[in-house]
Design a protein around this ligand. Sequence first.
Ligand SMILES: [Zn+2]
Ligand SMILES: [Zn+2]
Length: 174
Amino acid sequence: MRIELENLEDGKGSFAHTYQPEELNLVDERVRVTQPISVNGQVMKSGSEIQISGRVETRVNVECDRCLKMVELPVSAGFKLQYITGQDYEAGHAAELTADEMALSVFDGEAIDVDEIVREQILLSVPDRALCDENCRGICSMCGTNLNSGSCECKSSEVDPRWAALKNFKNGEA
Ligand SMILES: [Zn+2]
Ligand SMILES: [Zn+2]
C-alpha cells in the first residue's frame, strides 16, 4: 500500500490496512509471519516534511536459538517516522534535524510506501536471539539429540580434565 500525498485533505489523513501473511516478502528467512498483519496510523504534512506514525501488529515464527524449535512471538510495533524529499535532503535540510535523525527517511515526494514501513517494523521488533524457553537445553553438538526431550551419552563419555590428570597419576603409581 502507498499513501499518495495529493490525496491528503488539509495535509493530513489516517490509514489502516490488513495484509495476508504471505503478501509481504520479509527478505529475512529466519522470520515467518503466521497471522494477518494489521497496520494503522496517521500521516501529517508540514511544509516539505511528512510525519507518519502508527502501529504494526501480527505474530511471527522464529527458530529457537538453541534447539531450532519454532517459537511464536507477538509483534506490536509502534513507529514514528519523518520523511523528506531527496532534494531537501541534499539541500542540507536534514542538518537541522538532530534528535529525530535516526527516524528520517527520504522519499520521492509523491507517495509513502507503507509496505516498506511494515516490513521494516516487523524485522526490527524480532529479537536477534529467541529462545523457546529461557531454560532451553538445546541440541547436543555431537549427536544432535534434543536435550529438552531426551538425553545422550556424549557428555558423560567426555573425560573431565581434572579426572584425567588423576587417572594418569594412578597409572604412573601402579
Ligand atoms: Zn529451544
Ligand atoms: Zn549427544
